[in-house]
Design a binder for this molecule. Structure first.
Ligand code: XMP
Length: 508
């Protein structure tokens, strides 16, 4: 197995996921438990993850130097690289320029002589970074392997002692050759062996059965793939003891509730609709802060659910929480909170449910694969991801009926045109944002002070990073033309061209 030391990066768990994808076991441990875990678990290799802190800070998380003398291969990623730099006697300093998102790494001419870069076909490629500090002086016996425009020591190693360090994140899907680099570390350097893949579906069902103990349960279907898989498998385990609810919050896309009802009918998965629009709009009145919106929605959601569940006599709530929801709502000890995803941290502390989250360890693409194995209809497998708080986090400022109506119309046009262009299944998600900025327009020779709609279309694999979609200009043109002519209140349409990081996918 490979030990992953978790310094709190948003993508630490993704390292574990990649290792699992390569058919090898991994375990996440906290820095202070590293030595004890090595003795207990006897890993073949150790990966030091990224993290949000600075290695030279007063409360910096570091690891015991003796770990480097045990003869176990070590790979430091981002903050992990800085840990290696600091602990082994190099110098780490704050950089002049931040580097978030894509950059180019240029490896040295003899890069293929490093075991970490074996079988990488070119010396310059696109990688994803997220850092501010950098190693400015290498520790003794380390050689530089490559640089980026702002980081001189972006990769270095001590090949003899099997210690490797890279500034970029090989675990994120957008880093070119990231899988090959991890592959090299795990199989070539750490000499790990592949395990046979396990049957995920059976494992999830066993887990549900163990936790439910055949009691009555309710499940919150959102219309998305995660809760559909969770609800479907729970239904397979306890049958009629499960009631699937779908809450129409009024914050859904146009026509969403009807579409969802039809899809679940096709899947023969019974579902009851709770119509809650008036409660959600009331709870959101006057709120502009995104985190407060999420909390208000989470609270309303649970109270509605509690009421309905009580009628059914169920005390267990099944949710389709997946790992990125957990990590972005601060799921590990040293990671930072990005947002309170409403099916995790947005739920009020006090509620009357025992919560079961059978997919908590999985990523979206893994859940899609499970859904395909379960023969789910295509429209639900490829349906674009939609956030629990719905359009409330796509309306900047207070949520009102008027803004909802404007956004729904614009959003429908965006999705329609993307579908028409045959691009819908190629992109992760595409949607409109009510930017909340009034600007001046001119229509029919008249001045019109109207609303701004932003288009966001992105590509991602596992939610943790994203690139903006290079939508063809004619598709963008058509969308802008239709929105400004069909949605009366809008005078301006803009396209969001930010990657994640530094931006998140949703605007709030
Ligand atoms: P961000 O904006 O964090 O989005 O890059 C990552 C993914 O999570 C979805 N998202 C949410 N899902 N509750 C949810 O259930 C939330 O509060 C929430 N916020 C974002 C988002 O749509 C994207 O797929």
């Amino acid at each position: 197995m490979i030990l992953v030391v978790d310094f709190g990066s948003q993508t630490t768990h993704l390292i574990g996921r990649r290792i699992r994808d390569l058919g090898v076991k991994s375990e996440l441990v906290l820095p202070q438990n590293t030595l004890a875990s090595i003795l207990k678990l006897k890993p073949k290799g150790i990966i030091l993850s990224g993290g949000p802190a600075s290695v030279y800070g007063k409360k910096a998380l570091l690891i015991d130097k003796t770990i480097f003398n045990l003869g176990i291969p070590i790979l430091g990623i981002c903050y992990g690289l800085e840990v290696i730099g600091q602990v082994l006697g190099g110098k780490v300093k704050s950089g002049i320029k931040k580097e978030y998102g894509p950059t180019l790494i240029r490896l040295n001419n003899n890069y293929n002589s490093s075991n970490l870069f074996k079988n990488i076909p070119k010396k310059e490629f696109r990688v994803w970074m997220s850092h501010f500090d950098q190693v400015v002086r290498l520790p003794k016996n380390m050689i530089n392997l490559g640089s980026t425009p702002t980081v001189r020591h972006a990769a270095f190693s001590n090949e003899k002692n099997n210690i490797f360090a890279i500034m970029f994140h090989p675990e994120v899907h957008h880093t070119q050759f990231g899988e090959q680099i991890l592959n090299n570390f795990i199989f070539k350097i750490s000499s790990e062996n592949k395990e046979i893949g396990k049957d995920k579906i059976e494992e999830i069902k066993k887990n549900i059965s163990k936790n439910i103990e055949h009691k009555k349960a309710v499940c919150a279907l959102s219309g998305g793939i995660d809760s559909a898989v969770a609800g479907y498998l729970a239904y397979k385990v306890i049958g009629k003891k499960l009631t699937n609810f779908y809450v129409d919050t009024g914050l859904m896309r146009d026509g969403e509730t009807e579409e969802i009802k039809n899809t679940f009918k096709k899947m023969k998965l019974p579902m009851e609709v709770i119509y809650g629009k008036k409660y959600f709009l009331k709870a959101l009145r006057g709120i502009t802060d995104p985190e407060k919106k999420r909390k208000a929605i989470g609270e309303t959601f649970v109270r509605l659910f509690e009421k309905e569940a009580k009628i059914k006599g169920a005390k267990i709530l099944i949710q389709g929480t997946i790992y990125p929801d957990v990590i972005e709502s601060q799921g590990t000890k040293h990671s930072h909170k990005i947002k309170t995803h409403h099916n995790v941290g947005g739920l009020p502390q006090k509620h009357g449910f025992k919560i079961i989250e059978p997919l908590r360890q999985f990523y979206k693409d893994e859940v899609r694969k499970i859904a395909a194995d379960l023969n789910f209809p295509k429209e639900i497998i490829y349906r674009h991801v939609f956030p629990g708080p719905g359009l409330a986090v796509r309306i900047i400022g207070e949520v009102t009926e008027r803004k909802l109506e404007i956004l729904k119309k614009a959003d429908t046009i965006i999705v329609e045109e993307i579908k028409k262009a045959g691009l819908y299944e190629k992109i992760w998600m595409a949607f409109g944002i009510f930017a909340g900025i009034k600007t001046t327009g001119v229509t029919g020779d008249e001045r019109k002070y109207g609303e701004t709609i932003a288009i966001r279309a992105i590509e991602s694999k596992d939610t943790m990073t994203a690139d903006w979609s290079r939508l063809p200009y004619d598709v963008l043109e058509k969308i802008a033309e239709r929105i400004t002519t069909e949605v009366f209140e809008v005078v301006r349409v803009v396209y969001d061209i930010t990657t994640k990081p530094p931006a998140t996918m949703e605007w709030e």
